[in-house]
Design a protein around this ligand. Structure first.
Ligand SMILES: NC(=O)C1=CN([C@@H]2O[C@H](COP(=O)(O)OP(=O)(O)OC[C@H]3O[C@@H](n4cnc5c(N)ncnc54)[C@H](OP(=O)(O)O)[C@@H]3O)[C@@H](O)[C@H]2O)C=CC1
Ligand SMILES: O=C(O)C1=N[C@H](C(=O)O)C[C@H](O)C1
Length: 275
């Protein structure tokens, strides 16, 4: 079997560098390109040196076309604007796209769904096995308990994170809403402040904490009249997200054949859709 040829977008970021290390440590995967923003201080650097693995001969560049030459899949943890632009390019080229970026608007999500009509896209606010299992559990618990239990989702991340609520919190919120046969857009309470009035029954609340070096922590609280259930995930190392993204990248192919175009989730990749 030939090596899977991978390009990393957002290569100089926390996740980009973690992915470059993960690829170097994994049999059957080959880094063939490293993309960064046009003004990035990393342009021209050797991607391996940048990520701390030793030189690998791949130069960090902002020009997308040469980096994509011969690539099977792009793994992208960058920014919403960069990801949406890249999704259009990859759809034209028929190259698979694994999207870990978070913080998308509804318009961004529509543009990504449109790109997925032409190529395979795996997109998830969290690529780890643990969080995707937590989401499956959240859906089942929400379906079992019903509206008498108030659902609140609390997340904490490092002080460099720029979007809130986190992509994971929204993924968990979607799962909770789906368990109640609702759409999250119709029942979410985000950013309470001031004289908010009492809690609206059936809504799903979000709270975001930021500080220090926390990799990512999420808690789904089901608060009833005299009892409370809490489902918690704590990420201790970004390598769990990188390994999940590599699993997704491999999944974009069945043997030597690319999967059918479509917008897929980590639940599809991990076989948790019917859990
Ligand atoms: N789904 C998941 O499992 C996870 C998702 N994430 C998400 O991934 C994203 C990145 O996270 P993280 O690595 O911590 O953030 P960083 O800010 O460390 O990395 C983002 C990188 O993308 C670069 N970038 C900006 N514009 C472009 C562009 N046009 N082309 C290529 N690269 C570009 C940035 O460059 P510069 O700094 O020069 O602007 C930066 O190096 C976030 O949205 C985060 O929420 C993070 C962890 C796990
Ligand atoms: O920005 C991060 O760091 C993370 N982002 C993702 C999110 O928004 O949920 C996943 C993880 O929690 C780390």
């Amino acid at each position: 079997m030939t090596d899977l040829r991978i390009v990393i977008a957002g290569a100089g970021g926390r996740m980009g560098r973690t992915l470059i290390r993960a690829i170097a440590e994994t049999e059957g995967l080959k880094l063939v390109g490293a993309l960064e923003y046009a003004g990035s201080a990393h342009l021209g650097e050797d991607a391996g040196l940048m990520a701390g693995t030793g030189p690998n001969g791949i130069t960090v560049e902002s020009d997308v076309a040469p980096a994509l030459n011969g690539a099977d899949v792009v793994i992208d943890f960058s920014t919403p604007a960069a990801t949406v632009r890249l999704a259009g390019r990859l759809a034209e080229a028929g190259i698979a796209h694994v999207i870990g970026t978070t913080g998308f608007s509804n318009e961004d999500n529509a543009a990504i769904a449109d790109a997925a009509l032409r190529t395979v896209i795996v997109k998830s606010g969290n690529m780890s096995l643990g969080v995707n299992l937590l989401a499956a559990l959240t859906r089942r618990v929400a379906a079992t308990l019903g509206d008498d239990f108030d659902i609140e989702i609390v997340e904490m991340h490092h002080n460099r994170k720029v979007d809130a609520p986190s992509g994971t919190a929204l993924l968990l919120g979607d799962a909770a809403a789906a368990g109640r046969n609702r759409k999250l857009d119709e029942c979410s309470d985000r950013g309470r402040d001031g004289l908010t009035g009492p809690r609206v029954k059936g809504n799903i609340g979000f709270a975001s904490l930021r500080g220090g070096s926390v990799v990512g922590e999420h808690m789904v609280i089901f608060a009833g009249a005299s009892e409370r259930i809490e489902l918690v995930h704590k990420a201790e190392d970004r390598m769990i997200f990188a390994n999940g993204a590599l699993t997704a990248a491999r999944w974009t192919k069945c043997g030597e054949t690319r999967r059918e175009p479509g917008l897929y989730s980590m639940a599809d990749v991990l076989g948790l859709a019917d859990f």
